[in-house]
Design a protein around this ligand. Structure first.
Ligand code: MLC
Length: 517
């Protein structure tokens, strides 16, 4: 058992916050070059081409496309430190843009493709990008005061540019990505991830999960979140394996994708694993051969129920490796590749990450005691964009406060017990109740609103709204209002009228007393 003093010594030896503590000529371009130039003639990507037909690209072709796109972006005035908002589904052009920006030092701001005008408007207003790249007819066109570049036109323009590598010297401290994530208070904040953070995360995972160029990675997660991008795309390019890029996980096409591509490596959120257990999605007769081709299934972004872990092992013959991370810190804890992958736990800290649990009194919790997970890590973001107050509040004595509550077993495995705030995770997408409550209160007939997550067998949780409102208000109107303003996964599944919200003597809403069954 490790003592408190020993953990502190470990913490002191690890670079605590990469962005402020070292400055090396390490950046994503140098990391990815092992594949993009080092294995240039090898097929690196299977995807859907611009004509809608299956396409393959070598690493060398991907490199050239990225260079051309970089010249096009530079010609449009983008340079180091500028932001570019990308509101695109999974397609090769997302990768072109991402690589182009990492070469120029332009900071990518990915926006969830399901976001509506209101949600996009906030991100664009906060990050102040030079432009937004989107598809024809996207909500970005209404949401934006900055130019909207349509991806098809941008790609055509890029194709006529030279394919030489632009020369920009970047260090590990250059920001590469701003990922929007809300706290329990206030509007969504942009977590700034540096090249150093992202390189450290990718090399840690590639080593921890034994990813090599012999792997076949099936990418079904959205590229606009760190799970699909900082884990998926980065491990692909760091290892030089073959990636098949699906536009999204679709249970109707999952069997065909798995049977045809035979991935050795798969990253999913629990909802995806629940779907794969459904015999109408993957018949039992197919599971054995899919399992035989596979090497590793990783789950994250939401808790994986222990019964799903066990049912998956029985059906596919694989023990899912569950890990834990968040946008601000990338990957934090993970079950071991070799050794016991313990159902219901998220394992010990990943190599290079130091974690501790802090109890309500602000002192370190011992093994088997509940506490908030605090970490120091080279993967840890540098700041919230333009929000020094929020950045300072996120740290405690130099440790990052995750907001998640856990216990640690005597042999070092962490089990998550809940969240400090009232975050809802549905299908791996984070939902902040306050954002929905504030929207509901915009209707003058709504006097009070409280949104809570209720258990859902497929998506983990779904939001439900409790409303105190004028009798003239029809709940169907609220549903329509939310559908018009919010990404579909945030729209409450039910709107329940209630006379008053339960409150403490101090007036705080007691969400746990709401009738959720
Ligand atoms: C979902 N939808 C999408 C979509 N995902 N539409 C377009 N692109 C996507 N990527 C829409 C559907 O159109 C539909 O909308 C609704 O969502 C539900 O779709 P479904 O087919 O019923 O999907 P379902 O089986 O529920 O699965 C959804 C899912 C999706 C699991 C595929 O939720 C998903 O991709 N989740 C991953 C989220 C993720 O990557 N999180 C990582 C965050 S990073 P409608 O309008 O018909 O209802 C993080 C850090 C960490 O948390 O540690 O990883």
């Amino acid at each position: 058992m490790r003592t408190r003093q020993r953990r502190q010594e470990d913490a002191d030896q690890v670079a605590p916050r990469a962005a402020t503590d070292y400055d090396l000529p390490v950046n994503l371009t140098t990391l990815f070059d092992a594949s993009l130039t080092g294995r240039s003639t090898r097929v690196g990507l299977e995807c859907t081409g611009a004509d809608g037909r299956p396409a393959t690209l070598t690493f060398g072709e991907l490199d050239a496309r990225a260079n051309r796109m970089a010249h096009e972006l530079a010609a449009r005035g983008l340079s180091r430190g500028d932001r570019l908002c990308v509101h695109l589904p999974n397609r090769v052009e997302f990768i072109d843009l991402y690589l182009a920006c990492t070469r120029l030092g332009v900071i990518i701001v990915p926006a969830n493709v399901l976001y509506r005008e209101r949600e996009l408007r906030h991100i664009i207003g906060d990050a102040q990008p030079r432009a937004v790249v989107s598809t024809i007819g996207s909500e970005a066109t209404q949401a934006s005061d900055v130019p909207v570049w349509i991806i098809e036109e941008l790609s055509v323009a890029a194709a006529s540019r030279v394919s030489t590598r632009p020369s920009v010297n970047l260090s590990s401290q250059d920001p590469a990505l701003i990922v929007y994530t809300s706290g329990t208070t206030g509007a969504a904040k942009g977590a700034v991830l540096t090249h150093g953070n992202l390189c450290a995360n990718a090399t840690t995972l590639t080593a921890a999960w034994r990813i090599t160029d012999a792997d076949r990675y099936l990418a079904v997660l959205p590229l606009f979140h760190v799970h699909g991008l900082a884990n998926g795309v980065h491990c692909w390019l760091a290892s030089g394996c073959l990636m098949r890029l699906a536009e999204r996980f679709d249970q109707r096409t999952a069997l065909a994708e798995l049977r045809e591509f035979r991935p050795s490596l798969f990253f999913g959120v629990p909802t995806i694993y629940v779907r794969l257990l459904d015999a109408s999605v993957i018949p039992d007769s197919e599971a054995t051969s899919i399992g035989a081709a596979a090497r590793l299934f990783v789950s994250g972004s939401a808790p994986l129920p222990a019964h799903v872990h066990e049912a998956f092992r029985q059906k596919f013959g694989h023990t899912i490796l569950e890990r834990y991370g968040m946008s601000e810190a990338l990957m934090i804890l993970g079950n071991p590749y070799d050794g016991e992958r313990r159902a219901g736990t998220v394992g010990p800290p990943l190599s290079g990450v130091v974690a501790r649990l802090v109890n309500g009194e602000g002192t370190e919790a011992g093994d088997d005691e509940v506490g908030e997970v605090e970490i120091r890590s080279p993967h840890l973001f540098s700041e919230y964009w333009g929000r020094p107050d929020a950045t300072a509040a996120a740290f405690h004595d130099g440790w990052f406060r995750t907001g998640d509550v856990a216990v640690r077993s005597q042999d070092g495995y962490y089990t998550l017990r809940g969240r400090r705030g009232d975050l809802i995770i549905s299908g791996g997408f984070n939902i902040y109740p306050r954002e929905i409550e504030e929207l509901l209160l915009e209707d003058p007939r709504v006097r009070e609103a409280a949104v809570v997550g209720i258990a859902d067998a497929i998506r983990g949780e779904v939001p439900v709204a409790f409303i105190v409102a004028d009798p003239s208000l029809d709940m169907a109107e609220l549903d329509a209002f939310c559908r018009a303003q919010l990404a579909s996964f945030k729209v409450p599944r039910a709107f329940r009228r209630i006379d008053t919200l339960p409150r403490t003597a101090l007036g705080k809403v007691q969400k746990h007393l709401l009738p959720t069954d």
